[in-house]
Design a protein around this ligand. Structure first.
Ligand code: ADP
Length: 612
């Protein structure tokens, strides 16, 4: 904020107001005082002149009333003598005129010859002689340029007969000079008062402007986010109270800002740490906020989506508008899957609404439901698989049992065969149900392992021996086992089940005379044994290799079912191996053979028995 210029400042305004007030007051007082004084002085001057005229009128009346003869001096001479006595500073001339308007005498020696004995033409004198009343006027002297008061008074006898008139000229310059002096004094006083007022105004204004500029600085600091500054309190007046309120306001603002900032931090922390994506829009549907998870889900950058319509950002512009999102408020399922990664999002919308009902914007929460969808899909497939697996043997059994009921039981040749089939199917169903039960227990973590530290080579040899003894087909067993003991902590029953499954699979899919190789490799660095069982059988197509561990997955359903498989053996094996902290995988070449690998961690000593 720029500084307030001097000509716009309160300082100047204060000084101007004071000065103007004083000026106006002085002017009013001055005009009133001077005019009153002037009229008073003028009145005094006039009355002193009147007194003088009255005195003169009396003396001259006496002279005029005198009986004159040749021995007595002429009236003009007597009047001159009387007029000679008229000594007054301001009176410049006194003339005596008789009733015939003839000038009998003048006090001005320069006018003696010119005027005495002549008739006067002055209108004032003529009126005084005619009417008998005094009159006066102010006139400007042509020579001296002085203002002159001219007064004319009739000379009357006791019985009111007008016998002449007195004409008096008095300069008013003294009076005006006095007035000028008084005005001068007044002016000086006014200027002095104005100067003092101006100085006082500056000082007074400072007492107001200082706290104000302090508050201004404070407001600027507050705008910059600095709330630590405080306004000085100079007094307990209104400005002091304003400063106090300002300091209180600063404190309240600081607290409010701290709360807001805290809330903002909390919100931004919640938004960035939550797993769901959040998008907020303004009332026109333009994105104003988007958190990191949402950016990751939509695979966009913040700059590209901010201020863009949400329907475009969610790629639903063809089917939805912002208004339809607001009115429907239903959650949408959005498929953002790419070739490499499946991604299904559920977008739940809720509107931001004021108490008045005015809609301020929309909040969309994106929830990744890929896993849920996958589980749901798996569940559906699982149910379908189980139903299918159970329905097939049951249908077979029903038709055989129907045939038996229809009379086949009487046939000694057919009846045992039919019963044999139903028994096989029943056993398969029991196996299937057992496998399912086992898997379900493992899913629910409702199982117990009794692990013992076992020499894996000896353990493995015993299992192979069992198969070698019982094998009916012509398959060759090759053992590539290290000639040393290696201890692994395992639940013998469970790992036996795993190996049984893998070996029986290898035998099942091996051709006549095929070789099955059993190998164990001790990986000291990884502290684990790597077990592999390879056959030279039909193999598994490349695309299916990773799927053989899935539940119910079978490369060739008809064939495996014929071979008595449930499609759950390798899935159970995977769960078991994983529960022993190992890994299991397969590699295969179609037509050439299959190799199943698994690892198990090596224990430090042979005595380690544990329950888990
Ligand atoms: P099953 O009980 O059907 O054998 P598994 O889970 O043990 O179920 O095996 C799943 C599928 O993997 C089998 O149906 C089969 O198609 C395939 N498979 C497993 N082992 C082999 C193998 N050694 N050679 C060829 N295919 C195999």
């Amino acid at each position: 904020m720029k500084k307030v210029g001097f000509f716009r400042s309160i300082h100047l305004k204060f000084v101007l107001i004071y000065v103007l007030l004083i000026l106006i007051a002085m002017q009013i007082i001055g005009v009133y005082f001077v005019s009153k004084l002037e009229s008073q002085l003028d009145r005094n001057f006039k009355s002193s002149l009147e007194e003088r005229i009255n005195l003169l009128a009396y003396s001259i009346e006496q002279e005029m009333k005198k009986q004159r003869d040749d021995t007595t001096p002429k009236i003009e001479e007597d009047i001159r003598t009387v007029l000679q006595d008229v000594k007054m500073e301001d009176i410049s001339e006194v003339r005596v005129i008789n009733s015939k308007s003839m000038v009998l005498g003048t006090s001005n020696p320069y006018n003696q010859a010119r005027m005495v004995g002549k008739r006067t033409t002055s209108l004032l004198i003529k009126r005084a002689l005619a009417v008998g009343s005094p009159s006066d006027k102010i006139e400007l002297d042509r020579n001296t340029r002085h203002r002159m008061r001219i007064m004319v008074a009739p000379i009357k006898t006791n019985n009111q007969e007008i016998i002449g008139a007195i004409y008096l000229e008095a300069s008013m310059e003294n009076l005006y000079n006095q007035m000028k002096q008084i005005n001068g004094i007044f002016m000086t006083g006014t200027i002095l008062a104005l100067v003092v007022t101006a100085v006082l105004g500056v000082l007074l204004a400072q007492t107001i402007t200082r706290p104000m500029s302090d508050m201004r600085k404070q407001a600027l600091e507050m705008a910059r986010g600095n709330f630590s500054r405080k306004v000085n309190i100079y007094g307990d007046d209104e400005i002091g109270q304003l400063a106090l309120s300002f300091n209180n306001l600063t404190k309240k603002l600081q607290e409010a800002q701290a709360t807001t900032e805290g809330e903002r931090r909390k919100l931004s922390s919640v938004l960035s740490h939550m797993t769901d994506g959040v998008i907020a829009t303004d009332r026109k549907g333009r994105v104003i906020l988007i958190n990191e998870p949402a950016l990751g889900m939509l695979n966009v950058s913040r700059e590209t989506v901010l201020q863009n319509p949400i329907v475009e950002v969610l790629d639903i512009g063809e089917t939805h508008t912002f208004d339809s999102l607001i009115s429907e408020q239903e959650s949408l399922i959005l498929d953002f899957s790419t070739e490499n990664k499946p991604l299904i999002l559920r977008a739940s919308n809720s509107i931001i609404q004021k108490e008045t009902g005015f809609i301020n914007g929309l909040i969309t929460v994106l929830h990744d439901i890929t896993e849920l969808e996958k589980i749901d899909q798996e569940r559906r497939e699982f149910v379908a698989n189980v139903s299918h697996e159970l329905r097939t043997p049951l249908t077979t059994m029903r038709s055989y049992l129907e045939a038996l009921a229809d009379g086949a039981w009487k046939d000694d040749d057919i009846a045992p065969k039919f019963l044999d089939v139903t028994q096989t199917e029943t056993e398969r169903m029991i196996r299937l149900v057992n496998d399912l039960l086992q898997l379900s227990k493992m899913d629910a973590k409702d199982y117990r392992f009794y692990k013992t530290s076992v020499d894996f080579i000896g353990f493995f040899n015993r299992i192979i021996d069992r198969f070698e003894l019982s094998k009916s087909q012509k398959v060759i067993f090759v053992r590539d086992l290290p000639n040393q003991e290696v201890f692994v902590s395992l639940d013998e029953d469970k790992i036996t089940q795993v190996l049984d499954n893998i070996i029986s699979n290898a035998m099942k899919y091996s051709p006549e005379g095929g070789t099955i190789t059993f190998a164990v490799h001790i990986e000291d660095a990884a502290k684990q044994v790597l077990v592999s069982i390879s056959d030279e059988g039909v193999g598994i197509p490349k695309a299916d290799v990773s799927k053989v561990f899935d539940r119910f997955y079978r490369v060739d359903k008809a064939r495996t079912r014929m071979l008595g498989g449930t499609g759950l053996g390798l899935a159970i094996a995977k769960e078991m191996i994983n529960a022993h902290n190992g890994d299991i995988w397969a590699s295969s070449q179609e037509g050439k053979g299959t190799k199943i690998f698994f690892t198990l961690p090596i224990t430090q000593d042979e005595q380690e028995d544990e329950w888990s």
